[in-house]
Design a protein around this ligand. Structure first.
Ligand code: SAH
Ligand code: SF4
Ligand code: F3S
Length: 452
């Protein structure tokens, strides 16, 4: 078969990473093999994110570069295709179609199973746009999962019905949908068979998961328990959760399921009840803190993480102080914090009380200083401990592997390549703001020495 090169650039959330892998899987039977650079690719896909203005703008700056490549290659008589996928394609497909005439294909996240047909059409000279929300689930039609990674993503839930007033996800990904449990478990088994030791169950609202099996509903805790039964899977994580769906069953899972890693990403966005209400988050700061207390009772060593939005319309100094106080009370291991970015079509974009950019900057700096100090302190508390590390990436230097602790910290270790994909005890020697460095604990070191 004709060999063709496929370049996919991905940004945004982990669901986009999972989707890009699926796109590569679906195009493989057509002769496309992935490459790392666009220069001599036959199909170039931008798998885009619409969450903030900056991530959206990236589409247009990246497209400029792809257009130049396409023009150069046209001079050599080749016709590479340019495609925009992901949430920007879904939200702004028409704009891209008009503004960038050299783009051959635009398609949204629910259409990836239709890629082979769309590529045929585009290769036949048609411009393809597909931003439908088809009635059938793409998950029923996508090929079997492939992974080369010891740490694999698995989408179990997609879309969102919560309509936080700042967020585009309900519009770009559509209504909340859970995959059937048996489909998820089959996929997890296949990933384990391909060497995955860690599985991260993904969803825009993953803890809203409610899959039906034989007429009974199963929640995320049930799903985690089922995945924990699979041979070869040593670690389970899930991402991203909403505080409202953090039920008792899931909290208990953190106590009862050993393979469930002691890490929880639970975005709060703001510590002010007034702002939480304007954001339509439907929980208070006290309710959030109550979940944190319960989860710590279930799993005392759990590492916590969150997302914050700074400068949502109407945010006063007092509201900001409430956010600072909440972060102070929780003590986070790692967080993402962003300045509010008004998104077209969302209720937040037309709210009064717009916060000046300079105020946002100052508040963001203040919050980040606190969060970075917390992160550094927690990392430093690991020094001197021996932690099991899953080596899931190669380091930049030869002879170095990168891995993750149960608490999701990155660890740099001098290690032979044969340990890639293994879980190995590492003595943590040094801590930085963004990670740890350590040394493999050898058998000689852990066995008690016998005196001669
Ligand atoms: N479903 C998750 C978050 C999905 S979006 C939840 O409910 O928390 C990922 C993160 O992007 C959000 O947690 C939020 O902090 C950030 N985000 C979303 N829209 C944003 C906007 N308009 N401006 C700035 N940050 C935003
Ligand atoms: Fe966006 Fe809110 Fe849905 Fe999260 S819960 S995806 S922030 S609308
Ligand atoms: Fe971005 Fe879409 Fe994910 S907007 S964060 S890629 S769901």
């Amino acid at each position: 078969m004709d060999k063709k090169k496929l370049y996919i650039k991905t940004w945004g959330c982990q669901m986009n990473v999972y989707d890009s892998q699926k796109m590569a899987d679906v195009l493989f039977p057509l002769g496309y093999t992935p490459v790392d650079a666009p220069d001599d690719a036959d199909l170039m896909i931008l798998n885009s994110c619409h969450i903030r203005e900056k991530s959206t703008e990236k589409v247009f700056s990246d497209l400029g570069r792809l257009r130049d490549i396409k023009e150069e290659r046209a001079e050599q008589g080749r016709k590479p295709l340019i495609a925009v996928a992901g949430c920007v394609a879904q939200a702004e497909g028409d704009v891209i179609l008009k503004r960038a005439k050299y783009v051959d294909m635009i398609f949204g996240p629910q259409t990836y199973h239709l890629l082979p047909e769309m590529v045929l059409q585009a290769n036949g000279g048609e411009r393809v746009i597909n931003t439908d929300f088809p009635a059938e689930s793409k998950f029923d039609h996508l090929p079997e999962a492939t992974t080369g990674s010891p740490s694999a993503f698995l989408s179990v839930q997609e879309g969102c019905d919560k309509f936080c007033t700042f967020c585009v996800v309900p519009y770009t990904r559509g209504a909340e949908f859970s995959r059937p449990p048996e489909q998820v478990i089959e996929e997890a088994k296949r990933l384990a068979g391909q060497g995955a030791k860690e599985i991260t169950l993904l969803g825009q609202n993953v803890n809203a998961y409610h899959g039906a099996y034989h007429g009974e509903n199963h929640d995320l805790a049930d799903l985690i328990a089922a995945v924990a039964e699979i041979d070869g899977i040593a670690r389970i994580r899930y991402m991203t959760s909403h505080p409202r769906d953090m039920n008792g069953h899931l909290i208990e899972a953190h106590r009862d399921i050993e393979k469930l890693m002691p890490f929880l990403h639970l975005p709060v966005q703001s510590g002010s009840d007034r702002i939480l209400e304007r954001m339509n988050r439907k929980h208070t700061a006290a309710e959030y803190l109550d979940i944190i207390t319960k989860i710590r009772a279930a799993r005392p060593d759990i590492a916590l993480s969150s997302d914050f939005i700074i400068g949502f319309p109407g945010e006063t100094d007092e509201d900001h102080q409430a956010t600072m106080d909440l972060a102070e009370k929780v003590g986070y291991a790692s967080c993402y914090s962003f300045k509010y970015s008004p998104r077209p079509g969302t209720p937040g974009a037309v709210m009064d009380g717009v916060v000046p950019e300079a105020v946002k900057d100052k508040r963001l700096q203040e919050l980040q200083a606190l969060l970075f100090a917390q992160q550094t302190r927690i990392n430093e508390s690991m020094a001197g401990k021996v932690l099991p590390v899953l080596f899931d990436r190669k380091g930049q230097k030869p002879g170095q592997l990168l891995g993750k602790t149960p608490y999701m910290q990155s660890v740099y270790v001098d290690a032979p390549e044969r340990l890639f994909g293994e879980i190995v005890d590492v003595a943590i020697a040094r801590a930085f703001q963004n990670g740890l460095a350590g040394k493999i604990v050898t058998v000689e070191e852990i066995l008690p020495k016998k005196s001669a």
